[in-house]
Design a protein around this ligand. Sequence first.
Ligand SMILES: [Fe+2]
Length: 277
Amino acid sequence: MTAVISTNTLDLLGNPLDPDGQAQVGRAGHSNRVYVNSATRRAKNPGFIPYRLTHGPLADLDHEGFATRLAAWSHDTLSLARDATHFGYIHGGRAEIECESGSFHLSRGMYFCIPRGGRVRGESQGIVVSRSGYFGFFQIGGPTEERGRLDYIDGCTDSLLVPPILLGDPCLNLLHFPPHIHQTQHTHPSMRIGIVASGRGECLTPEATIPLVAGGVFGIPAHGLHGFSTGEEPMRVIAYHPDSDFGATHERHPMINRTMVNGVSASYLDEIRTRRP
Ligand SMILES: [Fe+2]
C-alpha cells in the first residue's frame, strides 16, 4: 500500500517520497527505505506532515516495531483488520462501530480502542490509527473534556484517554492548548499522529509554519523538531503515541503493590510472585 502525502520530501518515518509525492513505505521489502542515525534524522526530518481527512488509507507506517496504519472514514464504511488494535476518534457526526464487543453509537468527540477488527460507519468522519500485532482492551469514551487532567509544558495540559496496559504499549491522548501558547521547540523519540479536535493554532518547524484548524490530521516523525502555538482561540489535539515509557509492569502494578504479606508488599516477594510459563 502506498499513500499520497502532500508535497513533502520525506514521510513520517523519514523515508524519502517518490517524485510524484507518494510515500515509499509499506511496499514489499525494505529496499526503498533509507535508514539514518538520530542526528541525521533531526537535521533532515520534517517536523510536521499534514494529511487530508479523506476516506480510506492515508499512510502505512511499518517501521521499528511500530507497525502502524493511518486511515480515515468519511460518510462511508471503513473496515478494521483483525490483526491490529484500532485507536479511533470521531471528529464529526454520529458513528456506528461494530466489533466483537457489540455495536455502539458514538457521537462527535468520542474515541474508541477496538482490538481484533470490526468496522466503523455512519454519517460521520474520523481517523483510525491501527497498530498491527498489538491487542489492547476494547474501550470507548468521551466526549473528551475541554482541558487535560495532567500538566504538560508551557501552559498546556493533557489526559491519557487510552492508557498503556503495560509499560511500553501505545496510548491515545488529549492535548489542550490555551490561547496565546508558544510551545518550546521539542522532539519526541517516536512518531506522533494527531488530529485537531477543536480550535485553531499553528505548528512551527524549522521548515515551515503550518496553520491548523479543526479536522486537520498530521504526523510528526520521530525526532522531528516542532512546537505548537495558539492565538486568540484555544486548540485541542487528539494524539496517538506508538509507545510509552509509563505504565504497569508485572513487578509493579496496583494489585501486587498493595498486597501485603506480614506488612511487606508482594511486589518485593519474588518467591510468591506469579511466573509466566
Ligand atoms: Fe510535540
